[in-house]
Design a binder for this molecule. Structure first.
Ligand code: FRU
Length: 510
């Protein structure tokens, strides 16, 4: 009898565990413990991922869909992976949402490229069984042997909280007969009671806006483009309203997109424009706006914001892909490749130079705090947060070093002469997989009252540095050969005072 109960217990426990984890992947004591495996960032259990897709909040759950190769750890067979979360930090893996498929007419293979998910609140599409449902609009990328032939926009819908999806039988819903035309982002524009879609013509540096009453039939509204950073093709646009800090009730529209990088055309990054949207056209707030970048590190791309946030959450939340196309297919991780950033709450600050995006980690990241670290001279945990105040005084250079062993270091410093905050990963560990990887990133920063403040999040292979309360952010990957963090402060002539408070961050995967 005892044996029977024990066996039953194991079966029940086994199936619960299976439900919570990656379908088919048995939970064992090594789950999410591999070298370089982020502990409080999202990464798929195995295989390749790039862009986050279809971020949406619905019935108490955040959905993360993501560009996913079910068959390997490099780009290919693009499909939508799927995970859900109650807090944007603890994720439950779900089965693939949308798979690459064979076009029944031509036999051509169609990949599911990046796109959006909306809550069709009043069943405007007529595809919902009840009062509402989830509708995905994605780029259907028709290809032969990975060579793109055509890109159009297609639709799929789900009547069971995103667990299963049906492709619309009259796809595509938007086709301009172009090879490159992609990455739709759709949102509900309340003042005019219609849907708006933003998508790009990548090689022309154009964002196009379309409108629809039913998510099925789309007509053109306007175009924006030909300005900003046009050193690399434009991808993954998003348009959203962002509250201005300390100006109650005031907001501006931000158009963000992926493309050029502040450090030149060898890399890709994200830029943004601040302006107004009147339901037809996006116009710049400052026609002479300089190029503005969402992140000044090398590893933040394809970020989009979460649709349909609960009403009390006024500020958009963005998640990006922590990688760079220049070396994304070569980073030394296994059995997965690619991860998502800390979800970031966005606001605008009215600065001397104009409106600038401010980014803060979502609150639930702080809920992962373990013990506060008392002795910073000891080897620290695997995943850490450091809150650092550097008072510069007479120092010319000052900062912190995150060491992983004696020969490896990642240095974050401020140079008074050049007024630059920099992160140097040229000796950070494994760097030889691509010659563009071992670099130093720099961004101009003005001290506030002689101080630079840094919030540094270190998670195995991901470092995110939020500067001066989120005014600027640097996201970088590092691949140290040891998994413990060592921490050191320095200043070139001992002139600076550096105060640090640090916490271990608990894993969300174990
Ligand atoms: C951006 C991107 C998108 C495209 C997807 C394909 O990283 O190139 O433009 O939809 O990735 O995986």
């Amino acid at each position: 009898m005892r044996l029977l109960i024990a066996a039953l217990f194991i079966v029940v426990l086994g199936s619960c565990v299976k439900g919570k984890r990656f379908t088919g992947a048995p939970f064992d004591s090594t789950y999410y413990t591999e070298n370089h495996r982020p502990q409080f960032h999202f990464s798929p259990a195995k295989n390749w991922t790039n862009d986050p897709n279809g971020l949406v909040y619905y019935e108490g759950e955040y959905h993360l869909f993501y560009q996913y190769n079910p068959y390997g750890d490099t780009w290919g067979h693009m499909s939508w992976g799927h995970a859900v979360s109650k807090d944007l930090v603890h994720w439950e893996h779900l089965p693939l949402a949308l798979n690459e498929y064979q076009d029944p007419g031509t036999g051509d293979s169609t990949m599911i490229f990046s796109g959006t998910v909306v809550v069709d609140k009043d069943n405007s599409s007529g595809l919902c069984n009840g009062k509402d449902c989830l509708v995905a609009i994605y780029t259907s990328n028709v290809h032969k042997d990975n060579q793109g032939l055509r890109q159009h926009q297609s639709l799929a819908y789900s009547n069971d909280m995103g667990r299963t999806w049906e492709r619309y039988d009259k796809n595509p819903i938007l086709d301009i007969q172009r090879k490159d035309f992609r990455d739709p982002k759709v949102f509900w524009y309340e003042p005019k009671q219609f849907w708006v879609m933003a998508l790009v013509i990548p090689d022309k540096y154009i964002v196009r806006f379309y409108t629809s009453k039913n998510l099925l039939d789309w007509s053109p509204l306007s175009e924006f483009g030909g300005m900003g950073d046009t050193t690399r093709i434009w991808e993954c646009p998003d348009l959203y309203e962002v509250p201005v800090e300390n100006e109650s009730g005031k907001s501006k529209w931000v158009l963000s997109l992926s493309g050029g990088h502040p450090q030149g055309p060898a890399f890709v990054g994200m830029q943004y424009f601040v302006g107004n949207f009147d339901g037809e056209r996006f116009t710049l707030d400052d026609p002479k706006q300089p190029n503005l970048y969402v992140d000044y590190g090398k590893d933040f791309y394809a970020g989009i914001v979460v649709n349909n946030l609960p009403a009390q959450a006024r500020n958009p939340i963005m998640i990006g892909w922590v990688n760079n196309w220049t070396y994304a297919n070569q980073i030394p991780t296994s059995p997965w490749r690619g991860a998502m950033s800390i979800p970031r709450v966005l606001s605008l600050r009215n600065t001397y130079n104009g409106y600038r995006l401010i980014q803060h980690p979502v609150q639930s990241v702080y809920n992962q705090h373990g013990n506060e670290v008392i002795d910073l001279n000891q080897p620290l945990g695997k995943s850490m947060e450091f809150e650092v105040i550097i008072i510069l005084r007479s120092a010319q250079r000052a900062g912190v070093t995150i060491l992983k062993n004696e020969n490896e270091e990642t240095v974050i410093g401020y140079d008074v002469k050049t007024k630059e905050l920099y992160i140097d990963r040229s000796h950070s560990g494994v760097i030889g997989f691509n010659k563009e990887f071992p670099t130093i990133e720099r961004v101009k920063v003005s001290p506030v009252n002689d101080q630079i403040t840094l919030s540094i999040f270190v998670d195995q292979s991901i470092v995110e540095v939020f500067i001066n309360g989120g005014e600027l952010v640097l996201t970088e990957q590092i691949f140290p050969t040891h998994d413990k963090v060592f921490y050191k402060t320095w200043s070139d002539n001992g002139g600076a005072s550096i105060a640090t408070v640090a916490w271990e961050l608990n894993s969300v995967w174990r």
